[in-house]
Design a binder for this molecule. Structure first.
Ligand SMILES: Cc1cc2nc3c(=O)[nH]c(=O)nc-3n(C[C@H](O)[C@H](O)[C@H](O)COP(=O)(O)O)c2cc1C
Length: 178
């Protein structure tokens, strides 16, 4: 791999940001298939793959889910993937880790198709209400729904820019010891 290929890949990984405003056109089946393929191949603790995915395109359902947590971005997304975890007793810590890895992979696969995405976390009563809406069995754990769609570039550019979107490495990295 050439140095410029490497830099292209690093820029792709570094550049992943939350996108909360989407254009209305649908996500292609090809892109969705790729996203699900990458999701399927996510690593998980002991390779248990404790997850299932609900692909949601129905406008009324997306709008209803948008009210169930910090997920207002679902109102402009043409597609969302809800992550349903097994909810196995005693494995919550493992499943939370696995879910985080999975969510990031879904977002990266979407980005590979130049699609934007954003995590939405269900909150409070919204968790059970969303499970009811989606027909998720009570014993399963549902927390995360990811909006996916074509990026509304003007809205993305216009979003408020914090002076420093990330902490500097000098604050984060310790050499050899804390
Ligand atoms: C565990 C987790 C939960 C998140 N929950 C939400 C959420 O409920 N709603 C939302 O709009 N964004 C959510 N986000 C996205 C974060 O707000 C976003 O990653 C962070 O603000 C950095 O934004 P940037 O990627 O645009 O730099 C979540 C991210 C993570 C990792």
């Amino acid at each position: 791999m050439s140095a410029s290929d490497t830099q292209t890949k690093i820029a792709f990984l570094r550049g992943l940001r939350a996108v909360r405003t989407f254009r209305p056109e649908p996500v292609s089946q090809e892109a969705l298939d790729d996203i699900l393929l990458v999701a399927r191949w996510s690593g998980s603790a002991s390779n248990r793959q404790p997850w299932a995915f609900i692909v949601i395109k129905d406008r009324a359902m997306l709008d209803a889910l948008a009210t169930k947590g910090y997920a207002g971005h679902l109102t402009s997304a043409p597609l969302a993937i809800a992550i349903v975890m097994d909810g196995e007793a005693g494995r919550q810590e493992h499943e939370i880790w696995d879910e985080g890895r999975l969510a990031e992979r879904i977002m990266l696969a979407a980005a590979a198709h130049r699609l934007g995405s954003c995590i939405g976390w269900l909150q409070g009563d919204g968790i059970n209400e969303a499970k009811e809406l989606l027909g998720v069995p009570a014993e399963r754990r549902l927390r995360t729904i990811i909006s996916i769609g074509h990026i509304d570039e003007p809205a993305q550019r216009a979003r408020p820019k914090p002076p420093q979107a990330r902490k500097p490495l000098t604050e984060l990295v310790h050499e050899e010891r804390w």
